[in-house]
Ligand binder design. Structure first.
Ligand code: ASP
Ligand code: MG
Length: 407
């Protein structure tokens, strides 16, 4: 069971969460819990660090940030004790979560859950501080923002848990962001692949790395409300009998930018040099398009997260000496809208309907990117929310999949 920061924002809420954990233990489950830091604790710790230093030492940043999750777990263990349950909290390190040494963005390398299993065998409820581990140098590390989801999924995999329940202030994964589309519907079930695309393309219900981990290790996830008992969204391995909606959901991103580098030589090695310089600068490049013009010169466009635009530009300006290009331009006013659906694989016409719907709204498509279960368009940021709404309508996503007049 993993509870997000908004579900443990104060002591009353921690007591309520403890009640929920106690109920699961009383039903006979062996329970392992991962908690996030209370409310906006992590943000607060980040701002303390930046008040102290313009460039906080990464190792010390992890010593600092890892405390938030320890606080929640210790308090919840106390609350469980008051409810008559024997509970014990563990740091990531005590829980046997080994990571690489990349402070503030560490990746889990292995888990040795020996102590946790021992505690479970002793009949204890186990609480593990989320979002942290220990490196081979025995330094505390953290997993990057939102990393408690990853802790939960990784523990579920290591312990062979039946299910990894992710509790938060949303009741599940919706066909679109309900703040943008009021008629958005909670999805009963999604495949790992669909959730991966949703998370990568803007859905913020689950951290992308946690979904990746779940997919790679076949961990079943249940995303549900911490306040209400109702079923949420199950994220499972795709099975042949799974009803495959052509379009399951729509994700969107508004904080993207586009970079175009024009007049580059159309020869081997140029795209490689461009992408290498961006990778060296740690820029996350997404959607890449290259056009060839008649005179042997090409244009390359790609998207980056908005906050990485200055870094991307600086990296490319530095390339000018290596090979020539005519111009470098950028657009910081773009967004992305993505349709996701496992049934797209075997159903033609989704792109046609999507593009027709956008055309009817006079929304111009600047770039298109697809996978076998996803179609993404890059459009003007101002039109993103409208695009999500008209597409939600066009694909009839407010209706149950089985009653949908599939387009
Ligand atoms: N507390 C960390 C954060 O706010 C980790 C998490 O909540 O998943 O990013
Ligand atoms: Mg959080």
């Amino acid at each position: 069971m993993k509870f997000g920061g908004s579900s443990v924002a104060d002591t009353d809420m921690i007591r309520r969460v403890a009640g929920r954990i106690a109920a699961a233990a009383e039903e006979g489950s062996r329970v392992v819990v991962t908690l996030s830091a209370m409310g906006s604790t992590t943000d607060h710790l980040v701002s303390l660090a930046s008040e102290i230093s313009g460039a906080p030492i990464p190792r010390e940043m992890d010593m600092l940030l890892s405390t938030g999750e320890r606080i929640s777990c210790a308090l919840a263990a106390m609350a469980l004790g008051d409810l008559g349950h024997r509970a014990r909290s563990f740091t990531g390190s005590q829980a046997g979560i080994r990571t690489d040494g990349n402070h503030t963005t560490a990746r889990i390398e292995s888990i040795n859950p020996e102590r946790l299993v021992q505690a479970l065998d002793d009949g204890l409820v186990v609480l593990v501080a989320g979002f942290q581990g220990v490196s081979s140098d025995r330094d505390v590390t953290t997993l990057g923002r939102g990393g408690s989801d990853t802790t939960a999924v990784a523990l579920a995999a290591a312990l062979g848990a039946e299910v990894c329940e992710i509790y938060s202030d949303v009741t599940g994964v919706f066909t679109a962001d309900p703040r943008v589309v009021p008629s958005a519907r909670k999805l009963p079930r999604l495949s790992h692949e669909e959730m991966l695309e949703m998370a990568a393309m803007g859905s913020r219900v689950l951290a992308l790395r946690a979904v990746e981990f779940a997919r790679n290790h076949g961990v079943t996830l249940h995303v549900r409300s911490s306040a209400r008992a109702e079923e949420g969204t199950w994220i499972t391995e795709e099975t042949p009998d799974m009803e495959q909606a052509i379009v399951s959901g729509i994700a969107h991103k508004s904080d993207e930018a586009k970079v175009t580098i024009s007049g580059i030589a159309d020869k081997p090695g140029v795209a490689a040099a461009i992408m290498t310089s961006l990778a060296d600068a740690l820029v996350n490049v997404d959607t890449i398009i290259q056009n060839v013009s008649a005179d042997g010169l090409a244009d390359l466009s790609f998207t980056v997260p908005l906050d990485q635009l200055p870094t991307a530009q600086a990296a490319l300006e530095g390339l000018d000496g290596e090979f020539g290009y005519e111009s470098l331009s950028s657009d910081d006013q773009i967004g992305k809208v993505t349709l996701v659906g496992a049934g797209m694989k075997s159903n033609p016409g989704v792109a046609a309907t999507m593009f027709r719907t956008l055309a009817a709204e006079d929304i111009n498509i600047q770039m298109i990117d697809t996978s076998n279960i996803r179609i993404t368009v890059v459009i003007n940021r101002r039109e993103v929310e409208r695009a999500v709404r008209v597409l939600h309508d066009a694909f009839d996503l407010a209706a149950e999949a089985s009653r949908r007049a599939d387009v």
